[in-house]
Design a protein around this ligand. Sequence first.
Ligand code: GTP
Ligand code: MG
Length: 295
Amino acid sequence: MTSVWSRVSGRTRKVFAAGIRALNPPLAPGYYDELEALLVAGDIGPAMAERLAGSVRARSPRTRDEAVAALVDAVLSVMSKEPRELVLYGDPACVLFYGINGAGKTTAIGKLAYRLRTQGRNPLVVAADTYRAAGIEQMVAWAERAGAASFAGAPDGDPAAVVFDGVRHARRRGHDVVLVDTAGRLQTQHNLLQELAKVGRVATKALDGGAFESLLVLDAVLGLSSLAQARAFHKAIPITGLVLAKLDGSAKGGAVIAIESELDVPVKLAGVGEGIEDLEPFDPEAFVRSLFVED
Ligand SMILES: Nc1nc2c(ncn2[C@@H]2O[C@H](COP(=O)(O)OP(=O)(O)OP(=O)(O)O)[C@@H](O)[C@H]2O)c(=O)[nH]1
Ligand SMILES: [Mg+2]
């Protein structure tokens, strides 16, 4: 049976698995250059591709299987070692979602609310995308589908104030987790990044200094161009985890290897479709094996 990972990373997998099959065996001249080019084609980035091909070469594999095994090891060794489980402690626990426009924030929150409901938790969805009335409506509609309660800010309101009030509302009503949706913003919009930083500070205050999950949602379709986004967001607000949305439709899933490695922030969740159940805790080993190893 094919795993969820070989299904969702199908397009990226096509680039890699077929390419690896077509490569000369490791003992042939040019093998490592070809391998490096293949990794670049899968959007792993030139520097990381060189480093990974070098690691495989250092292991002196004699067969294609040995080379692939060395590649899987090399990739796993550059990925983040930070824990991937969402940290959901606190009174209430809080998860803040942010990212560029259309990345998949609202959808990911809807799916996570559903997942938490099935685990017996009682999440409150806080719709703090106050820039667009439709943004609030979309979040509230997802919360309803998930069977979760929601708390909406007024359109044009201050998102930080909505988060503060949302946390208080959650406490009063006995919700154990707050999931906060924010407006899409580009990494080049300095004011909006500052606004996000303020949302983070106010969340800390509302939680009496408690920690919260701070998740940058990336559109997997964009590949390596997400690296610049991630760097800029990370400067504005400490990122505790990544959400890789739309992995099912991306041919550039390889980029996550370089992004994780550079930021040392783990992908915690992956969006694998448009349905309410299409969210998976990220499993790097299964993901990497699905990219390079045929089943
Ligand atoms: N195939 C697929 N589509 C997804 C996934 N996640 C989100 N989408 C689609 O991507 C589009 C944008 O998703 P939203 O959740 O609205 O994105 P957003 O980040 O909230 O967007 P803004 O609020 O406008 O910034 C929608 O059409 C979703 O159905 C996924 O994992 N797989
Ligand atoms: Mg949204």
